[in-house]
Design a protein around this ligand. Structure first.
Ligand SMILES: Cc1cc2nc3c(=O)[nH]c(=O)nc-3n(C[C@H](O)[C@H](O)[C@H](O)COP(=O)(O)OP(=O)(O)OC[C@H]3O[C@@H](n4cnc5c(N)ncnc54)[C@H](O)[C@@H]3O)c2cc1C
Length: 455
């Protein structure tokens, strides 16, 4: 059978890998909108977490398989429709991730100095669409709205000593901008309390141990919490204990001295819901955020933040909203649940469209680490394999696969990029990085990538 996957992030690659491994006769083509592969592994994962990017080695193995082909620089839904792909293949798996973000929906959100976490992350990671973001880092205080790992990634990027960032694959442009940054204080603000934070212990510990930055936690937020987590699941319990320890215990000698001398600081603020981004006198820039204080109704993960009626203004010149990514509909031919922003499916089978599947963030929503995405993609691949086995997927008539798509793309003036093309770009990036002592210097302009491979 001939199958194709749309999107070359973890979901696309893990789905392809599982199908290829368990069906010796399957051929899988992977279509990717950008010239370069790997989705958020390249454009989301923080530059100072190189170990997370090792999954690229496994993806590369898959892409080099004789039964797998990669076609970059092809936007499905624009260059080729899902209907055309369904004609060309026995099955199509949609794994195109979440390319938008949730919005705050409050006045002032569009002022200069306010950015989505997605755009900011894209900027420091060299995502072509965000390469010209030029965030204004001339203020001292930044406010990050959100208590997830992405929020902590951003706080770390804003506060890390330059010497640490210099050795990562952060783009040269972002590094230069961060070198001139005046930001020395970062508040991470959430609507709910310490028991509802979404970040994980490893990322919090990294933040607490960040050289040159001092954690500022309000002891009052944490007193009495130990009892509340006594019977909580272990990860939540350990995470809360670390926050309590940081807030309530004085660190010993050396750490205390280092923290006292730290030029930068960061902290967590709880039970504050953003109401309005406040403009400077000339109405152009953000100067702060008015917060509604909240109380919690219910407990645990399902606790709701209810405004108490009290408000507070937090001063800052930079606002980063980190309240979640969001998937977009791809093509009118594909059902889409606009409320949940996912493709409606059962076990990865798109509802009402036989032969169409989905995996990853577009299947279950934009949460979960790469391992979660891997398991979910294996589940979808399993559904495909089952449907092949029981005959729900009709493979009696041959399908042309890329042959059919190639002529469509040619007629529309689209030139796909192969995996060996990517390997040339990769080699060029690694070579450029070497000169600067970095693992790679990412090329941020797609035109430059295309020139490099002679397109
Ligand atoms: C900022 C950030 C940091 C993260 N850090 C970590 C971490 O440290 N560790 C960890 O385990 N997890 C991390 N994650 C989570 C991890 O990145 C996700 O679980 C995973 O990437 C989701 O995979 P996906 O394939 O569904 O989506 P994506 O990785 O977004 O891949 C989707 C791909 O589809 C492509 N595409 C989109 N539209 C089209 C189209 N129309 N046609 C063709 N192709 C298209 C996109 O260009 C992209 O390459 C992080 C996530 C974010 C946002």
């Amino acid at each position: 059978p001939r199958l194709c996957v749309v999107g070359s992030g973890p979901a696309g690659f893990y789905t392809a890998q599982h199908i290829l491994k368990h069906h010796g006769g399957a051929r899988v083509d992977i279509y990717e909108k950008l010239p370069v592969p790997f989705g958020l592994v390249r454009f989301g994962v923080a530059p100072d977490h190189p170990e997370v990017k090792n999954v690229i080695n496994a993806f590369t193995q898959t892409a080099r398989s004789e039964r797998c082909a990669y076609y970059g620089n092809v936007t499905v839904g624009r260059d080729v429709t899902v209907a055309e792909l369904r004609q060309a293949y026995h099955a199509v798996v949609l794994s195109y991730g979440a390319e938008d973000n949730r919005v705050l929906g409050i006045p002032g959100e569009n002022l200069s100095g306010v950015y989505s976490a997605r755009a900011f992350v894209g900027w420091y990671n060299g995502l072509p669409e965000n390469r010209d973001l030029k965030p204004d880092l001339s203020c001292e205080t930044a406010l990050i709205l959100g208590h997830g790992n992405v929020a902590l990634d951003i706080a770390r990027m804003l506060l890390s000593p330059l010497g640490l960032l210099r050795k990562t694959d952060i783009t040269a442009g972002s590094l230069a901008a961060l070198a001139c940054s005046k930001v020395k204080r970062v508040w991470l603000v959430g609507r709910r309390g310490p028991l509802q934070v979404a970040f994980t212990i490893k990322e919090l510990r990294e933040m607490i141990n960040l050289p040159g930055a001092r954690p500022v936690l309000n002891p009052a937020d944490f007193t009495g919490l130990e009892n509340a987590v006594k019977d909580a699941p272990r990860p939540r319990k350990r995470l809360t204990e670390l926050m309590i320890k940081t807030a309530l215990e004085k660190p010993g000698g050396k750490v205390m001295e280092a923290q006292a001398a730290a030029p930068r600081e960061w902290g967590l603020k709880f039970q504050r819901s953003p109401q309005e981004v406040l403009p400077t006198a000339d109405g152009r820039r953000a100067r702060g955020v008015r917060m509604a204080l909240t109380r919690l109704e219910g407990s645990g993960d399902s606790a709701k933040a209810i405004p108490t009626g009290e408000v507070e203004e937090l001063e800052c010149g930079l606002v980063l909203s980190s309240i979640g990514y969001r998937s977009l509909p791809l093509d009118p031919a594909v059902p889409f649940d606009t409320k949940r922003s996912i493709i409606p499916n059962s076990a990865g089978r798109v509802e009402g469209v036989p032969g169409l599947y989905c995996s990853g963030w577009v299947k279950r929503g934009p949460t979960g680490v790469i391992i979660t995405t891997m398991n979910d993609s294996f589940d979808t691949a399993q559904s495909v394999l089952e449907d092949l086995q029981v005959g729900t997927l009709d493979v009696s008539s041959p399908r042309e696969g890329f042959g059919a798509v190639e002529s469509i793309l040619r007629s529309r003036g689209v030139r796909p990029i192969s995996f060996s093309d990517w390997e040339k770009i990769d080699a060029a990036e690694v070579a450029r990085g070497k000169a600067a002592g970095k693992p790679r210097e990412k090329i941020v302009d797609p035109q430059e990538m295309l020139q490099l491979i002679g397109h």
